[in-house]
Every structure is written in C-alpha cells, then in structure tokens.
Design a protein around this ligand. Structure first.
Ligand code: ZN
Length: 123
C-alpha cells in the first residue's frame, strides 16, 4: 500500500474532519433538544390521539426529526471512521478498488470511502 499522505496533509484532513464532526454534533444536540420538546407536546396531546387535529402533524414532524437526527448521527459515525483511517494510514484509499481517492474529492467530501469511479458504480 502506498501512503500518499504526508503528515501535513494528514493534519489538514484531520482538521477538516474535526470541523465537520463538531458541526454535525451541534446539529445533533439541536435536534435532540427539539425532539425533547416535541415529546413533551406529544404526551400532552396523547390522551385522545386519534381525534386530536394536531396528531398527524405531530407524527410527521416527529418522523422528519428522526430522519434528520439519524443523518447527523450517521455523519458523526462517518467522521469517526474517517479519523480512524487517518490514524492507521488507510485514509484516502478507495475501499472497493484500493486506488487512492483524489485529494480534490476528499477536500469536497472528507468522509468519502470510495474513489470517484467506484462511487459512480454504486449509484
Ligand atoms: Zn475505487
């Protein structure tokens, strides 16, 4: 395996990844807070769920929030995996074909695990 990453470049991507992680985490915190509020509102209305005109709206909001939360959680997990790859020297190597992922692609998507050719095949 060829290591295309100089310590400078590792440091640079580490910084990018950590920035992305803290951004995703603050989104996570925000949505957890929001969901706690919806949960309170919901338990107030739960006495007569079916006849509550707010019921469906609440459910829709809930599933939307759940989806956003899952997205942010997945993003944090992606960043953690990328940081682990950065630490063990496999960062920037395509998981499918083993070729290096271009720096331009990594700059745009620091958590990318596939080179552009393999990413196209995935779709
Ligand atoms: Zn590939």
């Amino acid at each position: 395996m060829t290591r295309t990453f100089t310590p400078d470049r590792v440091a640079k991507f580490e910084k990018l990844l950590l920035a992305e992680r803290s951004e995703a985490e603050s989104r996570l915190a925000e949505h957890r807070q929001g969901m706690a509020e919806v949960r309170v509102a919901r338990s107030d209305a739960s006495a007569d769920d079916e006849h509550d005109p707010e019921g469906p709206t609440m459910t829709q909001e809930w599933s939307q929030r759940t989806a956003v939360l899952a997205d942010a959680e997945a993003e944090v997990a992606d960043v953690d995996r990328a940081l682990a790859r950065l630490a063990d020297g496999t960062y920037g190597v395509c998981e499918r074909c083993g070729k290096p992922i271009t720096v331009a692609r990594l700059e745009a998507r620091p958590t990318a695990t596939l080179c552009i050719d393999c990413a196209r095949l995935e779709r």
